[in-house]
Design a protein around this ligand. Sequence first.
Ligand code: SAH
Length: 341
Amino acid sequence: MILLDNSLLQLTEIFNEVAPYKVKQLYSWLVRGYDFDEMTDLSKEWRLKLADEHIACPVVLYRRFESKDGTQKFLYKLSDGNMVEGVLMQYKYGNTLCVSTQVGCRMGCKFCASTLQGLVRNLTAGEILGQVTAVNRFMGGDVKERQITNIVLMGSGEPLDNFDNTVKFLQLVNDKQGLNISMRNISLSTCGIPEKIIALADLNYQVNLTVSLHSPFQQKRCQIMPISERYPLTSVVEAAKYYFNKTGRRIIFEYVLIEGENDSEEDAKQLSKLTRGMSCHVNLINLNPVKERNLKPTTSDNAKQFAKKLGVSNTIRRQIGVDIEGACGQLRRRIMADESN
Ligand code: SAH
């Protein structure tokens, strides 16, 4: 069993033959990213038994790349040999870790590298949490002095397509006895699955919802995001409004600018119309080119023009970590290809 899949309460029930204070010690090691052989205040006997039957560190740092701008990219190895990626961005106010929720993805967005292989499998809650515990430890962090202050669920995978594990992860990472990262410091990014957005809203967490919009026209959106055929734009926007009404959290719309696809004046005007009157912010991102796809980023001049015409609160996201393959999914693919040769 991946022990990080469980809360302290659950662990206490699982190890009900062990004194609760010992289970508490175990939990404290787990959430700090330690393996059994390092848990020096537990008996050797119990540690050996635990190691025989369970996994303490479901996510192991496998490779690390540092960008000139300080951004770090991690490739992690999971217990079954699968790999996922993560990015650590350092800001003045703290460090943000971008985590993956699935190995691969089945949403099929045309501009995204994570979907090229399809969905391999869901990550468990403990495997999502394990990314945070591993990087927090690597950066010299602890539970009291965390090195990770913010989390974005924007790595590979569609979090709402792995709803139960994602929700469990949110609870675990927010646990007062664990890393205790505030829901307000977590952003969940989705391609837009209305019924799951509504289910998340009904949980009434204070998590920020980020919706990947990428086109204000239903037909065009379907061309770059095939999932839009099943979940039309209007129902996604309705669900986003529901989320805001329920939680009071301002919605962020992500919009990747792709030359000739969604970066015209008409697109800007329609996007403005679509989001008018909503409590929202538009995050404009220039496309990270993905080799396998024939799509190009817009020019930076056009990005500025687009932002101006929008007339809705927006920012053009600063490109970070471009020299270490910013686009999610790229790094994993390249290293796996290199290693199979
Ligand atoms: N599945 C979720 C989260 C993962 S993608 C979602 O769709 O939101 C996180 C963000 O990165 C999304 O807004 C996605 O559209 C964007 N993205 C994907 N590929 C990109 C690329 N090549 N360049 C720039 N942004 C990209």
